[in-house]
Design a protein. Structure first.
Length: 231
């Protein structure tokens, strides 16, 4: 299951595993938050699906502009890398809708260029393709849950485990949930884990070994085992 901020009942929002973290250099410019799936309490998901929230993508106070020059700093939302990638993203979104997901906003292509509207899907099955596979496009999925234990269960229902995040008004509660999510790195209330002294790597199919930190340096060491006869 790709990156998932998991909102626990009440005031907590954790984040789930991703095969890779969406950053510059991947085939889309993330106009939605840097994750693909958000796990929230049912009331939150219901209100969102019913249009109870004003849906908009903003960056530094400005509305994201689709279709503009991607080299212009004023245009945050750029195109996808190719027609093939845009078709893949749109196909995943349309299959999710056909399977019962609620399209809250977006879900369409923008021409000319390989642009795709920032998309929000609610009422998504945690086992569905859109929840389990990396989209590599501006698509955010909402999954509801029934308390912290259920949120952690959904978060760990993935073959991936690279990174995640948890948000809560209670630090102790956020930390408790974060410790239970099977990811190599996890942010608590917006904490930045990336640094040259922090080991980076994933669990499960998100990789073996670590970069950076003491664990990363150990990857370059050579170990020798010596055996002698005793007695």
């Amino acid at each position: 299951m790709p990156n998932i901020p998991t909102a626990a009942q009440g005031d907590i929002q954790p984040n789930i595993p991703a095969p890779v973290a969406p950053t510059a250099g991947y085939p889309y410019a993330p106009a939605l938050p840097d994750r693909d799936t958000v796990v929230t309490p049912p009331t939150t998901a219901d209100r969102t699906a019913q249009g109870g929230y004003k849906i908009g993508v903003r960056y530094k106070g400005g509305i994201v502009y689709l279709g503009g020059d991607p080299t212009d700093p004023a245009n945050y939302m750029g195109p996808l890398v190719s027609q093939r990638q845009r078709d893949k993203v749109d196909g995943m979104v349309q299959r999710a809708i056909a399977a019962g997901a609620t399209l809250v906003t977006g879900g369409s292509t923008v021409d000319p260029g390989y642009y795709y509207t920032p998309t929000l899907l609610a009422n998504v099955d945690p086992d569905s393709e859109i929840a389990q596979e990396e989209v590599f496009g501006p698509v955010l999925v909402i999954i509801d849950h029934d308390g912290d234990d259920d949120a952690v269960r959904i978060a760990n229902n993935s073959i991936y485990g690279l990174s995640g995040s948890v948000y809560s008004g209670s630090y102790d509660r956020a930390l408790s949930v974060a410790r239970r999510i099977r990811t190599g790195t996890i942010s608590v209330n917006g904490g930045a884990w990336f640094g040259p002294d922090v080991p980076f790597g994933g669990y499960k199919q998100s990789g073996i070994g670590r970069e950076m930190g003491a664990a990363g340096l150990e990857e370059f060491l050579e170990r020798k085992a010596l055996a002698t006869v005793v007695g």
